[in-house]
Design a protein around this ligand. Sequence first.
Ligand SMILES: Cc1cc2nc3c(=O)[nH]c(=O)nc-3n(C[C@H](O)[C@H](O)[C@H](O)COP(=O)(O)OP(=O)(O)OC[C@H]3O[C@@H](n4cnc5c(N)ncnc54)[C@H](O)[C@@H]3O)c2cc1C
Length: 569
Amino acid sequence: MTDAATMTTGHVGGAGLDTDTLMMMLDALGEFVGHALPPKLQLDLDRDDKCPEDIVRAMSDPNQLGVQLIFVPEAYGGMDGGAYDSYRVCEVMARHDIGLATAVFATFLGSDPILVGATEEQKLRWLGAIAEEGLVFAYGATEPEAGSDLGSMKTVATRIEEDGVITGYRINGRKQWISNGSIADVATILARTPEGASWFTVPKDTPGFTAGSPEDKHGLRLSNTAALFLDDVEVPADHLIGLVEGKGLVQAQQVFGYTRVMVAAFGLGGGWEALDRAIAYSLERVQGGAPLAEKQGFTHKLIVPHAVRLEAARSYIEDTADKIDRGLGEDGAMNCEGAIAKLMATEAGNAAADAAIQAHGGYGYTREYVVEKIKRDVRITTIYEGTSEIMEMTIGRDRWQQHLKSSGAYYNDRAAGLNALHRTHPTVGADAAALAAQALAAVLESCRIARLTRNQHVLFRLGELITYAECAEVFAQRAAEALDGNRHEKSLDRFDGAALAAMSRVFAREAAQKVGQEGVRWVAGSVTAGSADVASLLATIPHDAIRTAQAGLVADMDLVADVLYARTA
Ligand SMILES: Cc1cc2nc3c(=O)[nH]c(=O)nc-3n(C[C@H](O)[C@H](O)[C@H](O)COP(=O)(O)OP(=O)(O)OC[C@H]3O[C@@H](n4cnc5c(N)ncnc54)[C@H](O)[C@@H]3O)c2cc1C
């Protein structure tokens, strides 16, 4: 929710559940939500714009489902789940309802500052209450005039002092678009203190603390979203998280890799749910003498590319979640990787849901067929927890630095790694993924020589191209692991190694084409006529090889369609 991407970061997430426990939790979750939220009730709640608070509370109640136990450390009564566990749980929740998933996620988000920044005593108190009492939290960062740029926040906490000792804080301000805003038992509120932004825990019944009416939203209507008003709200000094002022933005930053992987999983779950409905529909719907599932002009536009992009996103989500759980990366936070996972998965999920409406024709435009609801719901994932544009900025900035630091070697080295993978696994699309990485290195270098990232638009577009190139790389690696029978024990592989290899080949071609073509566009488009030799800038982009690599694309799409429709070739 902020673009302060340069702060120090830390590792969050527990040791991780064992696989059996995770599978039991996923089964219990599916069963619980399937029972508590039957399709008619879900559509009625969506129409009436009503948050099912009873279901949210039952999901949080440790004596019923207790799903939030996943992200509470064992020391405070939780299950100590890791990022990989959270991704799997978030995807399942999102397949059911992204609004409901958001309500659960808000408790996680709301307790994050406590998880990373609170004193031991504060953790015992607040995390303990989440685990034992199923307390529902809200996360209050955004303000009417401070969304992507939290630095312009206006909410203020002034010290209350007695005999020179700080006994409490008086908070004044307003928070906007807060999930669980009017139902949460406790909100964590970001406010300016004399030493800088700081988080406070503010219980619901604190005098002066009120919530606005629920917002009338485009989608996500099962999630309560409301403004919060703080008028001379007084909290004791020990409600300042960590008991030290000025740590708020750092504490928010420390969890971005993790939380963005979770929102990425929402995009994935929503996208796949919509696509699976479109697949099922197209098996039944006969037009032009045969089911739509047999029409290449239908499947290769509305189904196959979306399935492929969603699986590319899954590859990156799984890779990032695994790295977070292993504490890898600078300080283990994986902020740039979380941004790549979120950008890819939420944009792919949104596009897949849109295609699913189209795939249903006129029926898709009606409420009864649900895909239009999913489309409205999944749309939020490209906005909250950092917009797609803020993701592009985060990614562009981070990898631009890597390019400069490595004197241009960063993506060329990755291309070399992919070419090596191609030699051992020639079917996984690593050759085309290598071309994407190589083209990216050339585009970045052209931008450096001609100083083109002074254009914000160019930096943001680089963020998108980087996302495609890196997802192609990780997808090829995943397909190779699947062929070797060497996948993460908690991975969700609905497709076998050969199918993943075909999907990876389709995606890698797209990535190479996109980086080559759009890279040229933005480099050539940013150079002032006559100021630089565009041809020499772009000479190192492997255009011919990218074109040649497209051969076999339609046959591979046929193959992916056969897999998705469970047809034997
Ligand atoms: C349903 C819902 C639930 C939410 N839940 C929560 C919650 O629980 N807690 C919470 O704190 N917040 C929550 N939010 C807020 C959400 O995180 C913000 O809406 C989001 O971060 C964007 O901020 P904004 O709305 O102020 O848009 P802005 O920041 O004003 O952005 C508007 C547009 O400008 C672009 N933009 C912004 N900055 C730049 C820049 N520097 N350069 C170029 N383009 C830029 C953005 O990408 C976007 O397209 C929620 C929002 C919604 C709608």
